[in-house]
Every structure is written in structure tokens, then in C-alpha cells.
Design a protein around this ligand. Structure first.
Ligand code: ADP
Ligand code: MG
Length: 504
């Protein structure tokens, strides 16, 4: 082509006008651009194919003579003129295309006299589309100048198309993110507890709308010095630093409130902290065990009357004997004393059982709570010639325990084991993270007796009170734990006590 006529110069600038793409309406942009290209080259038709995947290009816009193309015409990479241009990344002029029936996958192109097939190559040198501009019979053939211009235009169109595609993808991603965010927020808001997201420095970046989220934020921002605040800050710091999930129970003695704090580390370096106050659950549980105990006390009344009657009868008989014969004082006074002591011990143990347990919880490991008590039981083992073994897990997390009460349970279990084990037998104490076992090689317990073990006053010993295991269970219950027994008569017994680290 010779000099560019004046009228079309402004049209050339139009070709570079990016405004149609601003609204990310790619289709409108393609159609306008194609029409302008056809006009610029004074051609009679044109088409644009865009990549649907790496190997195929689908017809997206056609103009003039190319309107006859089937709606979803496809060019395969490497096949036909269009496919070869896509593969080589270089534009091509085809004159007298009726001699070349494969022109850009175009069928029925007999009216076309000259065509330019231009690859639309993006900045990563990938062919993202194919531009085809054709002239009919009676029009001039395209020359090398035309090809050069068309390639420049092609580069520009490729840039605009990939921009538009990026914008569309971005819009889609933003929309998807917004939807996902909204879903997440709804889920977080519907969670019963408070959820707070903190960054790697522990600063709050997001939270749900729970009733006490402000208390959490204050605590995390070091605005309150409380047991809860300190525990939350410590757990958060720990989760961020270790990158390991954590779950803690927190108890504030002063306000008698309980919380469960959970932390999940984020890959980005922060953490998601969830807090649930469990005070009501704990109180409900205490109330339930109180009710249970009251029912048991009811059942015990008959048993206790029986227990009291025996020593009382003994005392009365002794008194009558003394009354009849004063000389017998020395013989019967110790008997009276002994029976009175028995009554006193019975009263003490009963009171211990009947009283609600005022728990005095402290943060301590199981080993620290148990080991000092073991020392007290050792003389009994030595006296009877029983071997004692101990195993201790190195994982000793901090639990909330009433040390004195837990000690009482350990003492009861070790004493029972000692009483049941003959000389030469052995007793083993195993302390794990949140449970412990007392294993003996003693007499074992008959299956029918196993069912009654934890009932008050169940004893097989002449001097037993039958309150040891019953009180032990009450103590473990109050900790939210469990106590269980397995036994093989004649071989031995294992008592297992488990503290649920996360129980209310
Ligand atoms: P007491 O020791 O006063 O009898 P406990 O409540 O401590 O009361 O125990 C109840 C009963 O359970 C005992 O009398 C005994 O029959 C049985 N028992 C408890 N521990 C063991 C054990 N380690 N081996 C065998 N029997 C046991
Ligand atoms: Mg006992």
C-alpha cells in the first residue's frame, strides 16, 4: 500500500484505543477492533480466533466476508494455515487462497483473493489468538508493508486481549474471594465462642461478632491483667512461635470462671484463637454430681445405721459387763475405746463423703501431684515385702488439679493394692500425660464384687469402711475425669484414673 490516506490516520489511532476493554467486555472489544482492522486495510472481511486451551483456537469474532464462518469454527495448532501460524508465531500472507483450501481453517473461501494470517502473541511469547484479514476478488493483494503493520496491530491486540482476560480472571477471583469471605464470616459469627485472627505479632486482624469478643481483643492488646488475659496471651504467643495447635483450660479462682482456649497456627505466621467460656457447663456438672451424691446418701442411710449399730452394741455390752462386775473395767475399757474409735473413723469418712468437695485447683503436672504421696505408701510395701516399680512419662502437661484430693485418691489406691497383695508380689505405678494406673499382682476382684466396688460401704475387709473407692470416685468426678478397674481374680488388679485435659 502507498501513503496512508488522511481519513484513515485517525482510525489507526482508534485501533490503539483501549477504552472498549476498560469495561472488560472482551467480545465488544474484539468485534470493534476487527471491524477497524478490516476498514484500515480496506479489506472485505476478517476473523479473530482465541485460544481455548494450548492446542485449539475458537472463532470469537468475524466480519464481512468472514461472516460465513461456522459459529464455533476451531483451528487446531499445527493444522492448516492458521494452525501453522499459531505454532510458528509468525504472520503469513496467502494470495490466491483457492489454491490453498486450508486457509485458516476457512471453508468456502473461494471469493477471497488475498489473506493475512497474524498470530496474536502475548508478552510470554505465547500465541493466544489468530487474526485473519481478507480481501475479495477485485481488491489488491496484501504486500509486505501490510503484513508488517498487521503484525504490529496483532501485538497490540494480543496485549489488550491478555489484559482483558487478566482483568476478567481478576474480577472472577475477587468475586469468589468476596463470596468465600462472606461464607466464612457467617460461619464464624454462628460459632458459639469468640474467634479472633491474629497476625505474626499477635495483633488482632479480624474477629467474629460473639458477645464477648471485645473482652478477647482487650486481653490480646494487653489491656487487662487477669488470669484469663494472661493465659490467652501466653497460648497465642506459644501457638505463633511453635506453629503447633494448642488447647488449654483456664480457671480463674477468684471469679470461679472457666474457659477453653484453642489456637490454630496459620501458614502466614499468625493464628486463629477460639475462646469458649465453659463456666456454666462446669457448674451444671457440679450440680449433677451433687444430685448424684444426695441420692447416694439416701441409699447409704440404711447401711450407715447398720455400721453404727455394731460398734454401739459392743459398747453397750461392755458397759453392761462393767456395771455387773467393776473388776472387768480394765478388760472392757480398751474394747469400748476401740469401738468408739471405729465409730469416729466411720463418722469422719462418712462426712468426707457427704460433704460437697470444695475444689482447690492449682496448675500442676500429674507427676508433681502424685509422687510426693507415693513416699507415704512405701513403708507399707517394705513391711509386707512387696516390690514397688514406677514409670513416668516425660510428657507432663500442666493440668488443673486439687493436689491434696488427687493425693488422697493415690493413697487410697496404693493402700488397697498393698492390702490385696501378698508378700513377694509387686505393685506398679504408671504416670502418663493425663492418666495414671496402679497395677498390683494381688488377690484380684471377683466379677460380682467389681460392680459394687465404688458403692459406699462396700468392703470385704473386717476392719474396712468401704468408703475409700467411693470417695476416690467422687474426687475424680469433680475433676471431670474417670476411674475404672480391670481385674483378674487370683492374678491382680489395675485401677486407671484419667483426667480429661479439656473437660469442663
Ligand atoms: P476398704 O479398703 O475400706 O475396704 P475401699 O472402697 O477402698 O474400701 O475398697 C472396697 C473394696 O474393694 C475392698 O474391700 C476390696 O474388697 C476391694 N478392692 C479395692 N482395691 C482392691 C485391689 N487392689 N485388689 C483387690 N481388691 C480390691
Ligand atoms: Mg480402701
Amino acid at each position: 500500500m502507498s501513503a496512508v490516506p488522511e481519513w484513515s490516520r485517525s482510525n489507526l489511532w482508534d485501533l490503539f484505543d483501549l477504552s472498549p476493554i476498560a469495561g472488560s467486555d472482551l467480545q465488544a472489544y474484539l468485534e470493534t477492533t476487527l471491524a477497524k482492522c478490516v476498514a484500515w486495510f480496506r479489506a472485505s472481511g476478517g476473523s479473530i480466533f482465541l485460544a481455548t486451551n494450548y492446542d485449539t483456537y475458537e472463532l470469537k469474532a468475524s466480519f464481512g466476508a468472514m461472516m460465513e464462518l461456522p459459529e464455533h469454527a476451531v483451528i487446531h495448532r499445527g493444522q492448516g494455515i492458521g494452525g501453522i501460524v499459531a505454532q510458528s508465531g509468525r504472520g503469513k500472507i496467502i494470495n490466491d487462497p483457492h489454491r490453498d483450501p486450508e486457509l485458516a481453517g476457512v471453508k468456502g473461501n473461494s471469493a477471497i483473493v488475498s489473506s493475512m494470517v497474524i498470530p496474536l502473541v502475548d508478552t510470554k511469547r505465547k500465541t493466544i489468538g489468530i487474526l485473519n484479514i481478507s480481501r475479495r476478488f477485485g481488491e489488491l493483494h496484501f504486500g509486505d508493508d501490510d503484513l508488517e503493520q498487521a503484525e504490529a496491530l496483532g501485538a497490540h491486540v494480543a496485549l489488550s486481549v491478555s489484559n482483558a482476560q487478566m482483568v476478567a480472571t481478576l474480577h472472577e477471583t475477587i468475586n469468589e474471594t468476596l463470596i468465600a469471605n462472606e461464607k466464612l464470616r457467617t460461619v464464624l459469627d454462628s460459632v458459639a465462642g469468640s474467634v479472633v485472627v491474629v497476625d505474626a505479632n499477635g495483633a488482632v486482624v479480624n474477629h467474629n461478632q460473639s458477645s464477648d469478643h471485645s473482652q478477647l481483643i482487650e486481653a490480646l492488646n494487653h489491656e487487662c491483667d487477669s488470669v484469663f488475659g494472661n493465659a490467652l496471651r501466653a497460648t497465642t504467643k506459644d501457638v505463633i512461635k511453635s506453629g503447633v495447635a494448642k488447647k488449654e483450660r483456664v480457671f480463674d479462682k477468684e471469679s470461679d470462671r472457666w474457659w477453653v482456649i484453642q489456637g490454630l497456627p496459620l501458614n502466614s505466621g499468625g493464628a486463629v484463637m477460639t475462646v469458649q467460656e465453659t463456666t456454666d457447663d462446669v457448674r451444671r456438672q457440679r450440680e449433677a454430681s451433687r444430685t448424684k451424691r444426695l441420692a447416694e446418701i439416701g441409699q447409704m442411710t440404711a447401711a450407715i445405721a447398720h455400721e453404727i449399730r455394731n460398734p454401739l452394741t459392743g459398747i453397750r455390752s461392755a458397759a453392761q459387763m462393767i456395771k455387773q462386775d467393776h473388776e472387768m473395767v480394765d478388760e472392757f475399757i480398751p474394747l469400748i475405746e476401740e469401738e468408739a474409735l471405729k465409730l469416729n473413723r466411720l463418722c469422719e469418712e462418712f462426712l468426707e463423703f457427704a460433704r460437697p468437695i470444695p475444689m482447690d485447683l492449682t496448675s500442676t503436672s500429674l507427676a508433681d501431684a502424685i509422687l510426693p504421696v507415693v513416699k507415704l505408701a512405701k513403708p507399707c510395701f517394705e513391711e509386707k515385702g512387696i516390690q514397688y516399680h514406677e514409670s513416668l512419662s516425660t510428657n507432663q502437661p500442666i493440668l488443673q488439679l486439687d493436689v491434696r484430693r488427687v493425693g488422697q485418691v493415690v493413697h487410697n489406691l496404693l493402700r488397697n493394692a498393698c492390702e490385696a497383695t501378698p508378700s513377694g508380689g509387686s505393685i506398679r505405678l504408671e504416670i502418663d500425660a493425663d492418666d495414671f494406673r496402679v497395677i498390683d499382682t494381688g488377690s484380684g476382684i471377683a466379677p460380682e464384687a467389681q460392680e459394687k466396688l465404688f458403692s459406699p460401704f462396700f468392703t470385704t475387709k473386717s476392719d474396712g469402711t468401704g468408703l475409700g473407692l467411693c470417695t476416690s470416685r467422687k474426687i475424680i468426678d469433680a475433676h471431670g475425669g474417670t476411674i475404672s478397674v480391670t481385674s483378674e481374680p487370683g492374678h491382680g488388679t489395675t485401677f486407671t484414673v484419667t483426667f480429661n485435659r479439656n473437660a469442663a
